[in-house]
Design a binder for this molecule. Structure first.
Ligand code: SF4
Ligand code: SF4
Length: 470
């Protein structure tokens, strides 16, 4: 036993407010430590006896053994003689299937806007068309037939989904009849550009509790720079007009795409909050940002973290939680669990294109290589397994060397595919930004007191709104 070598797992140390913390890379666990733990963590490969010789001024052998057991239980190290890690098989995390519980319906693959950065090629995904009710019916039957969960979700997506509004009005009654037959429940969401939200549409969507997310990039100048109609006229004014009732009722969230035209995301967030958007999620238009933009964007993210902290100091916890760019990382640190995928694509979530073909998510639509089957014939279990393996963090060589892997999750598989040509290969400038952002968030977490943590993470009302697809 005393001659057993110790294997140290990947850890990172943080110093915050004169305290030293150990961050466990594998599961995001974080706890306060002292210099002795640093010495132990620098002793990879040493035997317990050798370690004892190093630390015998501070610890008896019994105390050292106890400390090593505690660290082993926390997943920080492994003493070779002890029971091997459960499940070191790289594929063991790839689940068979739990059934799909979320479906993204591509109601239409065309759009009335011509946004500069659209990944869907004007919303057409190289394959213009509209879904019909037969296909939608088969998709809904597919969802209800194979889902093991009782709570399901359907997201109306496009192109611009409201170009096929009539189909939404046909789908909802059909879903209601399925709910009655099966006892399952469906929550709806929709990602829209907001230009077609007429009064009748808004009333209908509100009545059927469809959670609406509008793509709005910030103030008028910022938004209109990239999001315009075919004649280059900006869409900001029209969107504000069309969303007035929803904003007044606090029933609408926003998705802002961050481009070099406005990197001050605190300003963007405050603007969108001021005009009535509840939750605001901000994502970079990766292909538009150069190295300098990313450096500036990192500094802007730090400013956003500072703003989050001022909200905490003034006890505005709800407002803070709605800053999803930061809150998602804090929550992951707080829950400290091991992550296997970046997102739910191809596992509990699938997208259905206008023809009824199934894809891991909306972004993969028309990437035939990633089709998993069809709503008629169902999912090819073989393809599902292959795609899940490809999406798995276990397959990410670069990410497995990165201390931020468990909080980052390896970046969006489709974004990686688009930017580097390989799902497992993230873009380095994006990684540098992510690591800087995660570093800021971990430090912020370490500055939270117990009341802050309780208010941020333990409130029963808190449920992450993951239904909305961006
Ligand atoms: S920061 Fe980059 S390398 Fe690190 S886990 Fe994320 S995607 Fe992978
Ligand atoms: S993160 Fe990327 S792959 Fe995952 S659902 Fe979103 S767009 Fe699709």
């Amino acid at each position: 036993m005393f001659n057993s070598p110790i294997t140290i797992k990947a850890v990172k140390f943080f110093e915050e407010q004169d305290n030293l913390y150990l961050y466990n890379v594998e599961n995001s666990g974080i706890f306060q430590v002292d210099d002795t733990i640093v010495d132990i963590c620098n002793s990879d490969g040493k035997t317990i006896e050798e370690l004892y010789q190093l630390l015998k001024n501070k610890y008896s052998m019994e105390e050292l053994s106890e400390l090593l057991t505690t660290l082993e239980k926390a997943g920080v190290l492994r003493v070779q003689d002890s029971v091997d890690d459960i499940n070191t098989d790289s594929c063991a995390c790839i689940k068979e299937t739990n059934g799909v519980s979320s479906l993204i319906l591509m109601l239409v693959q065309e759009c009335n806007l011509r946004c500069s950065y659209c990944y869907g090629v004007n919303g057409e995904y190289n394959d213009r068309g509209r879904m019909d009710m037969d296909t939608a019916t088969q998709a809904i039957d597919f969802l209800f037939d194979q889902a093991l969960e009782e709570e399901l979700s359907i997201c109306f997506f496009g192109g611009e989904p409201l170009l096929n509004y009539k189909l939404i009005q046909d789908i909802i009654p059909y879903v209601q009849s399925k709910e009655k037959q099966t006892g399952k429940r469906v929550r709806y969401s929709m990602t829209t550009n907001g230009t077609l939200l007429t009064k009748d549409v808004v009333d209908y969507l509100m009545e059927h509790q469809v959670a609406i997310q509008v793509s709005l990039d910030g103030d008028q100048k910022t938004h209109d720079f990239n999001r315009y109609f075919q004649n280059k006229e900006g869409s900001y004014d029209l969107i504000l007009n069309r969303t007035e009732k929803l904003r007044k009722n606090g029933m609408i969230s926003a998705r802002a795409t961050v481009s070099p035209v406005q990197l001050d995301i605190t300003y963007t967030l405050k603007h969108l909050n001021e005009i009535g958007f509840r939750n605001v999620a901000m994502y970079p238009a990766v292909q538009m940002l150069n190295v300098k933009d990313y450096e500036d964007y990192s500094l802007e993210f730090t400013k956003l973290v500072n703003y989050f902290e001022t909200l905490i100091h003034s006890k505005e916890y709800k407002k803070a939680r709605e800053i999803s760019n930061i809150y998602k990382y804090l929550r992951r640190v707080h829950s400290s669990s091991k992550r296997h995928y970046y997102c739910g694509a191809a596992s509990h979530m699938l997208a259905v294109d206008v023809h009824g073909d199934l894809y891991p998510c909306q972004r993969f639509v028309s990437e035939k290589k990633y089709s998993l089957g069809n709503v008629n014939k169902g999912v090819s279990r073989l393809r599902e397994k292959e795609i899940l393996k490809e999406f798995s963090l276990e397959e990410r060589t670069k990410c497995k060397e990165c201390w931020a892997i468990n909080l980052c999750g390896g970046d969006c598989p489709h974004e990686n595919l688009k930017n580097t040509g390989a799902i497992e290969d993230p873009l380095e400038i994006s990684c540098e930004f992510t690591r800087s952002a995660i570093n800021d968030c971990i430090r912020l977490y370490l500055r939270l007191d117990e009341e802050d943590k309780d208010k941020l993470f333990n409130n029963k009302m808190i449920k992450e709104e993951e239904m909305i697809v961006s």
